[in-house]
Design a protein around this ligand. Structure first.
Ligand code: FMN
Length: 364
């Protein structure tokens, strides 16, 4: 067995690298191409039952910065490097009925790769619970290995969907109850980083049967306005709304969220997402406890690969493999979570004197 093989939520991955739910996994064509390139799994673009219609303009922009003029912009400039993606794309507009034969064909063509179906419905009544069950049963019937519950889409007006529900432990539990009663595959729960109750939400999800938490979805954010044109870098008829920031710019924040959950629930599984462009970022998620790694922006940005990161997956697997050889590791379990105990409270970090107790005493 290859040293890159991992068992995560009971599933055998040929390598721990998975394309996240997003444009790289929006169609059968792209997913087949991704598997041909070597990705260990995919989380499909989120599938739902409600009506979806995207904005009448670009859905995603890629923002870059440069050494010479270090501002962030989508505008083309020479010698820039990637900073982030910004998107306001909704979930898949391909109907469930069209997804099902595609998923079946993908799984039959690549039985050794993991297909995780991302699904999303509403909350608060039995009809919506039935929608979750219907989606879950349908994707499992055609061979999907696991399900990721999207409780993190940052682009919903509906208050019973996406990121809005990730603050509500009761809703999280009710959705997990519905889905776990309907199917018998591992359930991953993708949460939003934009809540102060993330650790409690993760705890509720694990307690209600989640096999893993996937973190992070994009961070809610606004695009920039150009000082000369007074236009937002992405807008429709002069209007914009909150969208999601992804890519390298969110790496540190994503790591902190993963670390919080990993410290609170060290025995539970986490799939790390946010800013992975290569081995070093992936390594950082693993040392904080992630046993699986998801990638979106870097795959989308790769030129000539049809947006599925053909070169990227080759580099990721090669660099991880070389690193493990160099260090004598036989699996990522040998270094997964090694940073966990080194993330401590402020007062536990050594000062020049030993009188500081976290700011509780009054300075004299
Ligand atoms: C254009 C775009 C569309 C996305 N669509 C979805 C989606 O349908 N469901 C979902 O769970 N996450 C979606 N995401 C979030 C990604 O799966 C991922 O969590 C996020 O981009 C952070 O990873 P990254 O830094 O590697 O891009 C989308 C991201 C982008 C950029």
């Amino acid at each position: 067995m290859s040293k890159l093989a991992t068992t995560f939520t009971g599933l055998e991955f040929v390598n721990p690298f998975v394309l996240a739910s997003a444009p790289p996994t929006e169609s059968k064509r792209k997913i087949l191409k991704a598997f041909e390139a070597g990705w260990g799994g995919v989380v499909t673009k989120t599938i739902g039952l409600h009506h979806v219609e995207n904005v009448a303009g670009p859905k995603t922009i890629f923002q870059r910065t440069s050494d010479v003029a270090p501002y962030v912009s989508r505008n083309k400039r020479p010698d820039t490097v990637s900073h982030s993606s910004w998107n306001w794309e909704l979930i898949s507009d391909q109907p469930l009925e069209q997804w099902l034969p595609d998923l079946e064909e993908i799984k039959t063509t690549y039985p050794d790769r993991m297909v995780i179906a991302s699904i999303m419905a509403g909350a608060g009544n039995e009809e919506e619970m039935e929608n979750w069950r219907k989606l879950a049963r349908a994707v499992v019937n055609v061979g999907c290995d696991a399900i990721e519950l999207n409780m993190s889409c940052p682009h919903m007006d509906r208050k019973d969907m996406g990121a809005h529900i990730a603050n509500d432990e009761e809703i999280i539990r009710s959705i997990l109850g519905a889905v776990t009663s309907a199917v018998d595959v591992p359930i991953w729960v993708k949460l939003t980083p934009a809540t102060s109750t993330l650790v409690d939400a993760a705890g509720a999800a694990y307690d209600a049967g989640a096999a893993s938490i996937s973190l992070c979805n994009t961070f809610p954010s606004l695009p920039l306005m150009d000082p000369e044109t007074l236009k937002f870098e992405v807008e429709v008829d002069g209007l914009v709304t909150s969208g999601g920031l992804g890519g390298l710019a969110i790496l540190h924040q994503a790591l902190q969220r993963v670390s919080d959950i990993s410290k609170a629930y060290p025995d539970k599984a986490i799939s790390g997402i946010g800013g992975i462009r290569g081995f070093r970022e992936a390594f950082n998620f693993i040392v904080h406890g992630a046993g699986n790694l998801q990638v979106c922006t870097a795959a989308m940005e790769e030129k000539g690969s049809g947006g599925v990161g053909v070169k990227l997956i080759q580099e990721l697997t090669q660099d991880l493999s070389e690193y493990m050889d160099r260090k004598g590791y036989s699996s990522i379990e040998d270094f997964r979570g090694i940073a966990r105990e080194r993330i401590v409270e402020h007062s536990q970090v050594r000062r020049k004197s030993d009188t500081y107790n976290g700011g509780y005493d009054i300075a004299s």
